[in-house]
Design a protein around this ligand. Structure first.
Ligand code: UFG
Length: 329
């Protein structure tokens, strides 16, 4: 099976590409390298540097290539930034998907997997969050993914495409051999930031609010291992290959951990003290997000291997301690 992976140099994309290559898929990565790293791309994948906002460029660079399916990771994905710069999200994220889907239609490619997000659910009033939970996006980022999901539903309805949308909760961790891991050019995510404090690369972490209605007052998130997410894409791909039905799945471990529990777990696993201060709440942060992933477990047999925070943080730590400065390129 020949698969095009957009954003395959990024965090979740590169882990999925590596697993696809291990399993013998023929993979082409399309990435503009604005956020991704060339060193994160598996050596067995073909790399095409292109920007999905450049519609003519995509047509030119992918001319005469046939693919069986597309996995679309490429996107701006920071909730906080999306509030500051909404057009980078509801503008660029949507335009990239429009250009990609247009190119797919012209080239008769009709299998599509979307990286979607738990941010679709904003501040849900019911936990755990299943696929029937009401969608009220929590930010322009979530809104951009919802617009793309709506486009897919429309195209799916007219039999132009068969798709699976995977709504990730909080991705974390690194590849099993620690050969690749999480490295954002500007880090805003909790687990890598706390690990950077343990490594002495930062003095302290600021906890964004400890007055939420949660067990210790800090926000609760469902951390899901990046390799488990990668496996979900492969199951979805195989399912799309065998069936002509589109669907959506929520992807989390089903466990909720508070910000303080993450700090404690990093201290325990690394054996280093992590200094923190408590600051103001961050705009748009929901107090608690925990997934129900029963649907994908039941329908595709997805079983997360990293089923607790300790395993996830240990895996992240392996990568960060060996690569304190991240990827070279
Ligand atoms: N946090 C802090 N201090 C920090 C950074 C984060 O207290 O310096 C807290 C946040 O307030 C939040 C939790 O740690 O409560 C997790 O924050 P992250 O920034 O790591 O992740 P988010 O939950 O904001 O968002 C992530 C992805 C989104 C995705 C979402 C789905 O970045 O793309 O998970 O749940 F939509």
């Amino acid at each position: 099976m020949k698969v095009l992976v957009t954003g395959g140099a990024g965090y979740i994309g590169s882990h999925t590409v590596k697993k696809l290559c291990e399993l013998g898929f023929d993979v082409t990565v399309l990435d503009n390298l604005c956020l991704g790293h060339v060193d994160a791309i598996d050596k067995n994948a073909t790399f095409v540097q292109a920007d999905l906002l450049d519609k003519n460029g995509i047509h030119r660079k992918l001319a005469n290539q046939k693919f069986d399916a597309v996995i679309h990771f490429a996107a701006n994905s920071l909730v906080g930034e999306s509030v500051e710069k909404p057009m980078k999200y509801i503008g660029d994220n949507v335009q990239m998907a429009v250009n990609l889907l247009g190119w797919m239609q012209e080239n008769n490619i009709n299998k599509f997997i979307l990286s979607s997000t738990a941010n679709l659910f904003g501040k849900p009033n019911k936990i755990p969050i299943d696929e029937d939970t009401e969608i009220i996006p929590g930010s322009p980022y979530g809104e951009s993914k919802y617009i793309i999901e709506r486009m897919l539903a429309c195209l799916g309805g007219s039999n132009k495409i068969t798709y699976t949308s995977l709504r990730y909760f909080n991705a974390a961790g690194a590849y099993k051999d620690a050969s690749i891991g999480e490295d954002h050019k500007i880090e805003t995510h909790l687990i890598p930031l706390v690990i950077q404090v343990a490594l002495g690369k930062r003095d302290k972490i600021t906890i964004f609010g400890d007055d939420y209605e949660t067990k210790d007052g800090t926000c609760i998130r469902d951390y899901v291992h990046v390799s488990d997410l990668a496996t979900a894409h492969i199951l979805a791909l195989k399912h799309l290959g065998d069936n002509n039905s589109s669907t959506v799945y929520n992807l989390g471990s089903g466990n909720g951990y508070s910000v303080k529990e993450v700090v404690d777990a990093v201290q325990k696993i690394t054996g280093k003290a992590v200094k923190y201060e408590v600051g103001n709440r961050r705009a748009g942060d929901p107090p608690m997000l925990i997934a129900s992933s029963n649907k994908i477990k039941k329908e595709l047999g997805w079983v997360p291997k990293y089923d607790n925070l300790e395993k996830i943080i240990s895996s992240a730590w392996e990568w960060h301690k060996n690569n304190p400065n991240g990827f070279r390129h």
